[in-house]
Design a protein. Structure first.
Length: 319
C-alpha cells in the first residue's frame, strides 16, 4: 500500500487511507480496490464513497471532509470520560473536565448533523464513570489492566468523591439542547459483564445506547429486528460483550470494542442496503465490519493511527 495522502483541514491534519489497494500515479484509487473513495478536485472534500473509507484524524476535523447529507445513520461510541488513556495527543475524555468533554462531543455532533441525511439518525453508546476523588492517576485493575491511567480529570464541581457522574444523560441533555431529537434510551444489558473489584456497590452490567434523530421524521424499519415471539423490539437488549483478542488473530484489539451484534442491530433498524453508515470513533472497526456484512457502504474515523491500522487490517482480512 502506498503512503497515505494528507489533507490539511481545520484543527489539524487528516490522513486519508485507502483499503486495501493503493493509489495510481495520479493519486486516484486503483479501480480494482474494493474499498475506495474518490478525492474531488477540491482537496478539502472526499467525494462519493463507492464502498468504504477510513480517515485518520480528529473526528470534528475529518467530518468536514464528508459531503453534506451523505450519511444515513451513525453508530458510534466516543471515548468514555475519565476511563481510558489511548495515548494520543488531542484525544477526547482522558484529561478533559466533564464540561469540556460534553462540549467536545456536542461539537462533533454538530458536524454529524451536517453530514446526515434529513431522515438520518445516530446511535450513541456512552458509558458512565465515578468521580476520582481528585486522585491524579489510577493504578491497574487486576481484572482489567487497561483501566490504568497516568492522568485523571479532577472531580467535577458539585459532585462528591465516589459518585456516579451520570455522563450518558448529561450528554443526551446537552445534545437535546443543541437541537437533536432524543428518541430512545436503550439499556444494553451485558450477560457476561466484566467483574469489578469494588466491595460497596453492585457490579455494573449495562450501558446506555441512545437513538438520536436529526428531525422528527426519520427512517426506522420496525420490522428489521423483532423481539421474542415476533413482538415489537423492546428497549432492553441482552447482548454479550466480545473478547478483546479474537481467535485466529495476533492483534491485541481495541480495549473498548462494541459487540458486532449490537452494531448490526442498530444498522438494520435505521438504514437500507447500499446506504452509507458512519462511525466517527471507529476504534478497531467493528462498526465497519458489521456494515459491510449487511451490504451497506461505510466510513470510519479515528484519531489514533494504531486503531486505524487495526481497522484496516480487519477490513482487509474480511476480503
Amino acid at each position: 500500500m502506498r503512503a497515505a495522502n494528507k489533507l490539511d483541514v481545520e484543527r489539524g491534519t487528516c490522513h486519508l487511507r485507502v483499503l486495501p489497494g493503493g493509489l495510481d500515479s495520479a493519486g486516484a484509487p486503483q479501480p480494482s480496490c474494493p474499498y475506495t473513495w474518490r478525492v474531488e478536485r477540491d482537496p478539502a472534500r472526499v467525494g462519493a464513497i463507492a464502498h468504504g473509507a477510513v480517515l485518520c484524524g480528529a473526528a470534528e476535523s475529518a467530518l468536514k471532509l464528508l459531503d453534506a447529507g451523505s450519511v444515513q445513520t451513525v453508530v458510534t461510541s466516543p471515548p468514555y470520560w475519565s476511563l481510558r488513556d489511548y495515548g494520543v495527543a488531542g484525544q477526547t475524555g482522558s484529561a478533559d473536565t466533564l464540561d469540556d468533554y460534553v462540549k467536545s462531543v456536542v461539537a462533533v455532533f454538530a458536524e454529524l448533523r451536517r453530514v446526515l441525511r434529513d431522515d438520518g439518525t445516530v446511535w450513541l453508546n456512552v458509558g458512565d464513570a465515578y468521580t476520582s476523588g481528585n486522585r491524579p492517576a489510577r493504578a491497574p485493575d487486576k481484572k482489567n489492566p487497561r483501566r490504568a491511567m497516568a492522568v485523571r480529570p479532577p472531580t467535577p464541581v458539585g459532585l462528591k468523591d465516589k459518585e456516579l457522574v451520570g455522563i450518558p444523560w448529561r450528554l443526551a441533555f446537552a445534545l437535546q439542547a443543541d437541537g437533536w431529537w432524543v428518541r430512545s434510551a436503550i439499556t444494553w444489558h451485558k450477560p457476561n459483564a466484566y467483574p469489578e473489584s469494588v466491595m460497596d456497590r453492585p457490579t455494573g452490567a449495562y450501558e446506555i445506547v441512545f437513538l438520536l434523530a436529526k428531525s422528527a421524521d426519520y427512517y426506522y424499519d420496525v420490522d428489521a429486528v423483532r423481539g421474542p415471539n415476533g413482538r415489537r423490539l423492546r428497549n432492553v437488549w441482552d447482548i454479550p460483550t466480545e473478547p478483546r483478542r479474537r481467535a485466529g488473530s495476533e492483534d491485541d484489539d481495541h480495549p473498548a470494542t462494541m459487540p458486532s451484534a449490537l452494531a448490526k442491530r442498530c444498522i438494520m433498524l435505521t438504514s437500507r442496503p447500499g446506504d452509507l453508515v458512519l462511525d466517527p470513533y471507529v476504534g478497531s472497526g467493528t462498526t465497519l465490519l458489521a456494515t459491510a456484512d449487511l451490504d451497506r457502504r461505510w466510513v470510519g474515523i479515528d484519531i489514533n493511527p494504531d486503531f486505524v491500522a487495526l481497522a484496516m487490517r480487519r477490513m482487509d482480512a474480511r476480503g
